[in-house]
Design a protein around this ligand. Sequence first.
Ligand code: G3I
Length: 367
Amino acid sequence: MKLRNQCLVFVCLFMLSSYSLKKEKSYTVSLKDVFKDEFYIGTALSADQIEEKAPKEDSLIRKEFNAITAENIMKSMFVHPQKDKYDFSLADKFVAYGKKNKMFVHGHTLIWHSQLAPWMRKIKDSVEMKAFMKDHINTIVSRYKGRIGSWDVVNEALNEDGTLRKSVFFNTMGDKYLVDAFKLAAKADPKAELYYNDYNIEEPVKRAGAINLIKKIKAGGGKIDGVGIQGHWRLNSPSLNEIEQSILDYSALGLKVAFTELDITVLPNPGDLRGADVNQNFQGNKKMNPYPNGLPDSIQNKLANRYESLFRLFLKHKDKISRVTFWGVHDGQSWLNDWPIKGRTNYPLLFDANLKQKKAYQSITNL
Ligand code: G3I
């Protein structure tokens, strides 16, 4: 009898201690620690987050992420508003924030057709464009030499069919602007890693275009270290096969692969709209905004499963992947609440608008 009681006490003690260990684990676990031996786990920061305006968000960012990208403030219209005027006030804070918190800092973005300052759109010929690119890239990259670890040198240069977009860069310089941009960035900071970044480049036709573009940059003597697959995805597409084939194809070119702007929309999109072209906007109605008051469990589970299978794939190819960055910290701040229809309620990230972990968070940290 005495022995039986002793055994019972022992079993109870064992259960109690493993329960408190588990509790402890779920409290201390963080994305960056879970994946620390595999790849950086990053987030995009808004201007308010860079300025540490919300203490709760700030401590969440510091707990969960070890890499940061500025969601908007390093884009051309903000840092280079006039030909002879740069404004680095927020960009400096962003880089200092990364240093203070020992985070990997990624620069987004140097050459992009969108969010340009109005004066840049008026550049008419190749002489003017070359002078602009030299000044723009050299001034920005040199300023953060040794402090920004990698750059999106060129962003979204491709159309969906894999041809080159007729941007102001292409219209003035033809495809030569691509090689020039990578050469200028490498000259300004030879140690920074240089990326080509785009959406939908896991899809076969656009992927073929991206592979051509990368080969062209290399053939022209440009230094390119990686490709950024943005990852603005949906619950059911793109397929894991397409994503896996992209990881293999890009790394076969000797490049690192980063998932740079990951989020998963749970809302219906007009037609079969895919991607992240911010110029596409549509009128909404109730049918297009089905979850204004919360996400049903069934969809929450689908989102968790989708994230789980993506991260399983990322782990399988961890030797080829440098970074996985989410496009925002929490659902409340996501650009997907306003694209492609304004004013909807979307749930694309791992934390809800109250900063609470979602099931998707558990599904990937449990891996
Ligand atoms: O700066 C103005 C502000 O003065 C004004 O009060 C406010 C009113 O709406 O608008 C502010 O500008 C907004 C800007 O974000 C900064 O907050 C623009 O309207 C808004 O369109 C813009 O959207 C950004 C979008 O890029 C623009 O191209 C999104 O936040 C940002 O998430 C998104 O990020 C892009 C990546 O850079 C590249 N890949 C695709 C991705 C999603 O589109």
